[in-house]
Design a binder for this molecule. Structure first.
Ligand code: ADP
Ligand code: ZN
Length: 743
């Protein structure tokens, strides 16, 4: 028997090995194996069983071990790996490394211990029969009945004086399960639920929810590939729909993946799933980058071995080794956080849809502000649309007040952090002991230029994106097409002087709040806080428990969190996300406003939102104010169509970087000519142009954008063309397919 193995050893080539007779029974496609390579042992993945070797079979070396007795990659994951390798132009090894956690790849190194537990209690007749035919097995069953949880196998065997064969026999009968746990496992950090009261009993569905649940249930029972897009306003009870779908899958013996965009959202979701399914004996596995090695290994093992059938996690949980996958839920599917910004640069939602296709299962995407990509897929008839138009219990959506900061600046004579309206509302809510969230937009940065009198932002005449301000040479540049002009000294629209934009930091806002509400308990949550592993959980926990009155933070607190006592949300600088040089800027702003507003008034009291902006009449703000998603989507899609931007075409980003600016520029320009020659008919090229941040860590950066109808054909063509060029060692290139951010 010969197998094709992809080594995890730093190169992309399938190697062939003999399988020794003793290992043949265990080997499967997707098995993690040890292989001799050079003078060392490496890990590899079996990509093909009964492969045809490219040399005489007797010359092949035998592989040395099979690491687990179940495959590390299921058949659909292997298909997915191949697709990601081609679609995202990612090295096969990097894809496999993303799929199989480091702890598992090192799995052989981490010591594991087997634990036993009883699958179910025996009936009296069964017990009597077993006691007669196999007294030792009966003794083990009785012992396990008396235990509260799983017990260490080695301990049980010595204690009862039994052999492993007794356990094996019971496992075969399906009465006992054996689960491997790593010895160095850390306590489950995810037991933290943020103080949320979790109700195990499902609430009765309202009429809209029932319709959606039935529609998804119909797809699930067909056991075929289908994608549903659940568009439900904030607080409409989308989670309940996901839970019902998961419930149906578990009842049918299948398994489910539940993706959330942020690690910060996993505890809340895990608590909800455990609250619902733990009593039925289902283990919910948590999967994200903040886990310890031991926890990760345990979680992975539980899923791969079939002991657990539900996983909740951020992006990479889409690769969980599920058996009989029936459902993938992608909550907040519009979130750019689903896109990974390092190799392999995949989009978690898109990968989820593709995996569902390979596995022949249902993918359920949900959002209050669906991405225009997904919405266009609904219009094209590829996805089924389900809607929840009302908040649960007919709670009102919050009122959104838009403050015109141009007027505010004149009124208060100078740079304003908090408008009068916002301050008034803060006083009122604080006195009533209600909670406040102030939101600062960190997406934009000072490189866009906005007039503080009229709000004008200069756009590229060719690309419909904001121009980037370069302080060094006082120019405005479009980083899509390279169009440049001198930076204006006065506003081109209203001729006001001094149009430099200065953003607000979280700290500035904090100082302003302290002046306004000196007695309030404040907490800041930004990138610095997030860096500390448990701090964000603690802050969110304290906030939920009412120990904090005002929470100030960036995007992360705008996402999906459910705090019933928050009645006022302020968005301090709505403009910053709108005037970044990105064609998705409007979509981001709209999403941000609706999502942020969605944090207010989720409890019994009505909520309010104050949005501060220098361009209060802009479409994104106006549509968000009226919670009009369809109106927004229509206008925005028309704009995308006009410029032929995604979702109507794919976008690919190509970055060149290196220490020598001339060289980078030369190679980028030379390359563009080649692409034009070879692929001119199928791609539209913009650039090369200097990247918005031209120099990072002493490396100069140039970029090219390709627009194309089909990434599946263009990406491999680009890769082939790259292979035909001899590149100098100090020119590094990065291809990013379907990038979610242009800045
Ligand atoms: P969304 O995700 O749509 O913003 P959630 O799923 O967080 O909204 O639901 C908002 C709140 O409504 C949650 O506290 C949830 O428990 C509750 N809820 C959901 N469905 C129902 C229902 N049918 N009856 C009563 N409460 C519900
Ligand atoms: Zn341009």
């Amino acid at each position: 028997m010969i197998v094709g193995v992809q080594p995890l050893a730093g190169f992309d080539k399938l190697l062939h090995y003999q399988v020794p007779a003793a290992l043949r029974a265990e080997i499967r496609t997707g098995s993690l194996v040890r292989i001799p390579l050079g003078h060392r042992q490496h890990l590899g993945l079996v990509m093909a069983v009964n492969a045809i070797a490219d040399c005489a079979p007797e010359k092949l070396k035998p592989l040395t071990a099979v690491v687990h007795d179940y495959p590390a990659l299921t058949a659909d994951l292997i298909g997915l790996a191949k697709w990601m390798h081609t679609y995202y132009a990612a090295r096969m090894e990097s894809v496999l490394e993303a799929m199989i956690p480091g702890a598992v790849r090192d799995g052989a190194r981490l010591k594991t211990e087997k634990y036993l537990s009883l699958v179910r209690e025996l009936t009296t007749t069964e017990a009597a029969g077993l006691a007669k035919r196999a007294p030792q097995q009966a003794r083990l069953c009785t012992f396990l009945t008396q235990q509260i949880g799983p017990v260490k196998k080695s301990l049980v065997l010595t204690r009862l004086g039994l052999t492993a064969a007794v356990v094996a026999a019971l496992v075969k009968r399906g009465l006992v399960t054996e689960v491997a746990r790593s010895v160095e496992r850390v306590a489950y950090a995810d037991n933290w639920t943020g103080g949320e009261v979790v109700n195990g009993l499902p609430p009765p569905l309202n009429r809209e929810q029932s319709t959606v649940v039935d529609s998804v249930a119909a797809s699930l029972s067909k056991e075929k590939f289908a994608v549903h897009l659940l568009h439900g306003v904030t607080g409409s009870g989308k989670t309940e729909v996901y839970l019902r779908a998961v419930e149906q899958v578990l009842a049918a013996g299948g398994s489910a993946i539940y993706l959330v965009p942020e690690v910060a959202l996993t505890p809340q979701t895990v608590a909800r799933l455990r609250g619902r399914f733990a009593s039925a004996g289902h283990q919910t596995v948590v999967w994200h980058s903040h886990l310890g090695e031991g926890e990760r290994l345990d979680g992975w093992t539980a899923l791969a071995s079939g002991a657990a059938r539900v996983v909740v996690g951020a992006r990479s949980a889409v690769f969980a080794p599920m058996r009989d996958l029936r459902l993938i839920v992608v909550d907040e599917e519009h979130e750019p956080a689903y896109k990974q910004d390092e190799t392999p640069r995949y989009h978690g939602r898109d990968v989820a849809v593709y995996r569902a296709k390979l596995a022949g299962c249902v993918c359920l995407l949900g959002s209050a502000t669906p991405s225009l990509e997904s919405f266009a897929n609904v219009q094209a008839g590829k996805y089924q649309l389900n809607v929840l138009t009302k908040r649960v219990d007919d709670k009102q959506l919050p009122d959104i007040h838009v403050v015109d900061m141009r007027i505010e600046v004149v009124r208060q004579r100078g740079l304003v952090t908090l408008s009068r309206l916002l301050v008034d509302h803060m006083h009122r809510r604080f006195e009533r002991k209600e909670q406040i969230i102030l939101f600062i937009n960190r997406r934009g940065y000072s490189s866009s230029m906005q007039c503080r009198k009229c709000g004008h932002v200069e756009q590229c005449p060719h690309c419909s994106v904001a121009m980037t301000y370069h302080r060094a040479d006082e120019t405005l540049k479009c980083h899509l097409c390279g169009h440049a002009r001198g930076a204006p000294a006065v506003c081109p629209a209203c001729a006001a002087p001094d149009i430099r934009w200065r953003g607000l930091g979280t700290q500035r806002v904090e100082e302003a709040v302290r002046r306004v509400l000196p007695r309030a308990r404040l907490e800041r949550m930004d990138a610095d806080t997030m860096a500390k592993k448990h701090l964000f959980r603690q802050i969110l926990g304290d906030f939920r428990a009412g120990k904090i009155d005002v929470l100030i933070g960036t995007q992360m607190i705008g996402k999906g969190l459910d705090f019933p006592n928050v009645t006022l949300v302020g968005l301090v600088d709505a403009d910053l996300s709108m005037h970044v040089p990105d064609f998705r800027a409007n979509e981001r702003t709209f999403q941000l406003l609706v999502q942020v507003a969605g944090r207010a008034g989720r409890g019994d009291r009505a909520g309010e939102v104050v949005v501060q902006s220098f361009t209060p009449k802009s479409e994104a703000i106006q549509f968000a104010r009226h919670a009009d998603y369809n109106g927004f989507a229509e206008v925005e899609l028309a704009m995308r169509k006009k410029f032929n931007y995604p979702p109507y075409r794919h976008l690919i980003h190509h970055l060149f970087r290196g220490p020598n600016q001339e060289k980078i520029k030369f190679f980028a320009e030379h390359w563009v000519k080649q692409v034009e020659q070879e692929l001119g008919g199928v791609v539209e090229i913009r650039g090369p142009a200097p990247a918005p941040i031209e120099k990072v860590k002493d490396e100069y950066r140039y970029q090219i954008w390709y627009f194309c109808a089909r990434a599946t054909t263009v990406v491999p063509a680009l890769v082939r063309l790259q292979g035909a060029v001899k590149w100098p060692a100090d020119v590094t290139q990065v291809l990013d397919v379907d990038p979610m951010s242009l800045v």
